[in-house]
Structures are given as C-alpha cells and as structure tokens.
Design a protein around this ligand. Structure first.
Ligand SMILES: *Cc1c(COP(=O)(O)O)cnc(C)c1O
Length: 528
C-alpha cells in the first residue's frame, strides 16, 4: 500500500458511476491542449504585424530573388503566444517534477545562478570587445579555472569546449598532439565496454583504433584486464585509455591507480571521462589518481538547465605532461591584468615559450553564461558544501537502491553504488513486462522515467539518478510508485495496461521502429 506521504489528495471527487472517458470533440484532454503545428494554426493569408507598403526597388540579387510566396504561417500575437505557452506546458522539466534520468544529472538549478548569469556586465558584453574593457569577465573565467584545477589537482585548463563530448575531443586532441610532437605512431585507445558511446566515437573520430576492455563480474575494470589488453596489442601501440570514474554503472573504479600505472608504464595517456564528477567532487582529486586529461560537464556537476541539446559546457583539465598542447584561447596573467591569448603568432602575447596549442575548438571562448552559473554554484556551496553535495547525491542513490533491491536485480551484485543505481529487468522476466513498459507506466504516474537500456552491459537497464537536490518526500513517492508498479507486474495483474501505457499523455506510445527506419523529416501541408 502506498502511504499518503506526498501523495496528492483530491477534493471530494466522485468516481462512482462514471463511464470510461470519451474522446473529446476538440481533441483536447481537459485543459491539456492538443497543440497543432504552427503551420496548421496560422494562415498564409494573414499576419500579426502591420508592415509598411512594399516599395519596388532595384534588386542586387542578380535574378536569384524568391519568386514564390515564402510560405511562413501568419498568426496574431495572442495565437503565437498561446502556441508556445501550450508547447511549454507539454515539456517536462526539473522545475516541474522528479527527473531521475541516470547519467544526465538533472539537478535543481539554483535561481541565484540565473540571477548572476543575467547581470548586464555579463550579458551585455561582446566577444570582440577590447580585452581591457572585459577584465571582470576574464577574472571570472580565471577564478572558475582556479577552482576546477584545485578540485582536480591538475596543471592547466581549456575552458572553451561546449559539451562533454566536445571536451572529450579536446582532451584526446591534446593527447594526439603530444604523441605527434614525440613522433609517436601509437594508435590504440583502450575503452571499457561500459563506456558512454561518446568515448569510442571520439577516439575513432581522431583516427585511433578502439580496443574494448571487458568489465569484471562486479561491473568494474580490473587492472589485470588492462594489462592483458596492453600485452595483446603491444605496449608500443597504446596511445591511452578512456575510463569513466565513477563508471556508467554508477560504480567507483577502485583499481584506477593501478590502471593509470599500467597505461603510463606502457607509455600511454590516461583520459578520464569526468561526466560523473558530481559523485566525487570535493572528495577525490583525479590528478592524484594519475589522470592526464579530464572533462567536466559543467551542466551536470555544477547545475545549469540542460537537456534537449544544450546549452552545455565541457572544460578540460590537463596534467603537466599535456599542458603545453592545450588549445587556444587560454588565459594569461600579467601586470596589466588578464589576457585571453587568441593567437600565438600575433606578436602581441608573450606566451609561455613551450606552448604548442593543437588549434582551437570554438570561434570565441566558450559558454560564458555557464561559467557564471558554475562559479556561482561553487562559491555558494564552498568546498565543504561541494563535498556535501556529492555525499548527498551518493546517499540518495543508495537510499533508492536499498528500497528497491529486493524487487529489482542489481546486475553486478548487491553492492553500494555511487551517484546512480543500476538495475536490470531480470526479476521481471516471467511477467511479460519489460523495462520499457515500466518506464511508460511511470509517465502515467507523473514521473519522468529513469534512463533505460543504457548502459548496454546488462539486459533492460534502468539507471536511476536522484542527485543531491531531491527531498526524501519526493524520493519516497517515486520509490513507492515504482514498487507498486513492479508488484503489479510480478503479480501478473494488468499486463495489458503495461503494454498500453502511457494513456494520460497528449501522445500515446509511438512506433519507435518506424520512427527510426522511416523518419518523416519534412512537413507537408495537407493542401500540397
Ligand atoms: C553526459 C555524458 C557524456 C557526454 O556529455 P555531453 O555534454 O552530453 O556531450 C559523456 N560521458 C558520460 C559518462 C556522460 O554521462
């Protein structure tokens, strides 16, 4: 039975003698509107603005000017406003409810950070302004750099990458540049099989060959497995390893130092995927573990609204061995203040003589708004607060694990996890209900589902990450809801309801195979 903690109690609502809900005439479901496309709402023959009379002028387009109607829908202002407000109401967000999406770290974004990021001194400046006029912004970047280096025990930093995957590319390009500078032909990158897909993709994109390392029965990588892979491929071929810690199964790689030693002894570099840094920040410094390059996902670890493709920010910290190869631009301090070194050949900078930047990754300097949010998060927490945030993230994940472990199977055994807990669907095997069905029923219950079918190392993965910012009340309601669904499935009740879900959403279950195989990528109006 569910208890009433946190449950919505409805004002006296009579459910007796009520028939099944009927399809509505309008297509809307109560006050949840079924929103058509802008092209279906608007008409080509109307407009919401008064434009001045068109005056014929001489064209400079040499016959390339458009002959037909542009085909953009015209809407009045209230129609346009309603369209976007309704769409926004269909959007699930961390501000509307629990978002336990493993691997993504959907944590509360403190309003303080937003307030700071909106200060005119940050929003009203331009990347091409003279640097003497943006010293405050440069100082913020410098202070953020200082914190990120301090938290990781690393030597230098590249702030500019704009996502985790972009940071991976940056770190691996620094490794590639270091190998090229040493005239090395090392071309094999070791990647554990539980890795996020961006790891092997990054290595392959840079022309490295990927050699996969199996995980042990406990879900982590053994140093002996790394040693075996090094011997099988030949130590002289090893460019490096890409290891995520804590890994994508939510487990701490306990042999990380021995793994670093094995790779270094072979002459390779150690790239650490730091997307899960939120589990260890303020407690472990990756530099002390032998890491040569690591990206942060500022948008995961240090808050910032994210999802739907952005915004992201993936600064990379580098060890002393790789510092010289850090990309442009980088910050440099002098008596005149801070300089963002944009070009080594411009004759203006007196850059460190050993700097051999591999190039640059972004047109300007990266995501300023995210630097402001990350530094606000860091300063408002302090070092002790950051350590508490990572501790609370781990505590919350283990609370969920403990509540659910008798109902769901942990693929790598009954062991404590870090910031996220991984279950598979094996305990549901005889019920006819799958991970997908559970996720869809959760949507009907008002929860964004956990991450499903990732990582690929187990069957029907459910990866749950509560983060530090959820209250026990909201976690309890999620756990109780999931518990009742699993018990329902195990009891063989309502199997059809599982396959039908979701039923309370604007759209029902989609044909994902058709969507992937036969995507409709172009809107065609019914009048065409
Ligand atoms: C999120 C994530 C990435 C990729 O980060 P993006 O910012 O989405 O590009 C890489 N590795 C791991 C382990 C992640 O969780």
């Amino acid at each position: 039975m569910l208890n009433n903690k946190g449950r919505v109690t409805r004002p006296q609502e009579s459910t007796e003698n009520l028939a099944e809900p009927q399809e509505s005439y309008s297509g809307h479901k109560g006050l949840l509107m079924n929103e058509p496309l802008l092209f279906e709402v608007g008409g080509l023959d109307k407009t919401g603005v008064d434009l001045p009379e068109y005056v014929e002028t001489e064209t400079l387009l040499g016959g390339l000017e458009r002959k037909d109607e542009i085909g953009l829908p015209g809407l009045s202002e209230p129609e346009a406003v309603r369209h976007y407000v309704r769409l926004s109401q269909q959007n699930y967000a961390i501000d509307s409810g629990f978002y336990p999406l493993g691997s993504c770290t959907m944590k509360h974004n403190p309003r303080l950070n937003e307030k700071m990021a909106r200060l005119p001194g940050f929003t009203d400046i331009h990347p091409l302004q003279p640097q003497s006029s943006v010293q405050g912004a440069l100082q913020l970047m410098d202070e953020l750099s200082h914190w990120l280096l301090e938290l990781t025990g690393m030597d230098s930093i590249a702030l500019s990458p704009k996502a985790g995957a972009h940071g991976e590319l940056c770190g691996m390009m620094a490794i590639k540049a270091a190998l090229e500078a040493a005239n090395s032909s090392r071309n094999i990158v070791l990647v554990p099989e539980s890795a996020h897909g961006t790891n092997p993709a990054t290595a392959a994109q840079l022309g490295f060959k990927v050699a996969s390392i199996p995980a042990d029965a406990d879900g982590t990588v053994r140093a002996s497995a790394v040693q075996t892979a090094i011997e099988e491929n030949g130590a002289e071929t090893i460019a490096g390893i890409m290891l995520t810690n804590p890994n994508t199964c939510g487990l701490f790689e306990r042999e990380i130092k021995a793994i670093a030693d094995a790779v270094h002894d072979a002459g390779g570099y150690f790239y650490c995927d730091g997307a899960n840094f939120n589990a260890i920040m303020g407690r472990v410094r990756p530099g002390d573990l032998g890491v040569d390059a690591m990206h942060f996902n500022l948008h995961k670890t240090f808050s910032t609204p994210h999802g739907g493709g952005g915004p992201g920010s993936g600064p990379v910290v580098l060890s002393e061995r790789l510092s010289a190869f850090a990309p442009l631009p980088f910050l440099q301090k002098s008596d005149d203040g801070l300089t963002l070194v944009e070009d080594l050949d411009d004759g203006e900078s007196d850059s460190p003589s050993d700097a051999q930047p591999f190039g640059r990754l972004t047109a300007f300097h990266g995501q300023m708004g995210m630097y402001v949010r990350a530094l606000s998060y860091i300063l408002s927490h302090g070092l002790d607060g950051l350590a508490q945030a990572s501790g609370d993230a781990v505590l919350n994940a283990n609370y969920i694990r403990t509540c659910l472990k008798d109902l769901l199977n942990q693929p790598f055994g009954d062991q404590a996890c870090m910031h996220e807990v991984l279950f598979d669907e094996s305990s549901l095997a005889d019920s006819g209900v799958t991970t997908l069905d559970i996720a869809k029923r959760l949507i009907d219950e008002g929860f964004h589902p956990m991450t499903i079918y990732f990582p690929l190392v187990c069957k029907g993965a459910m990866l749950i990450e509560p983060t530090e910012s959820e209250s026990q009340t909201s976690i309890d309601l999620f756990v109780e809801t999931l518990t009742s669904l699993i018990k329902e499935a195990l009891a063989g009740e309502n199997e059809e309801a599982f396959h039908q879900a979701p039923v309370h959403t604007p759209r029902r279950r989609l044909d994902e195979t058709a969507a992937a195989r036969k995507p409709i990528l172009r809107y065609e109006s019914s009048s065409d």
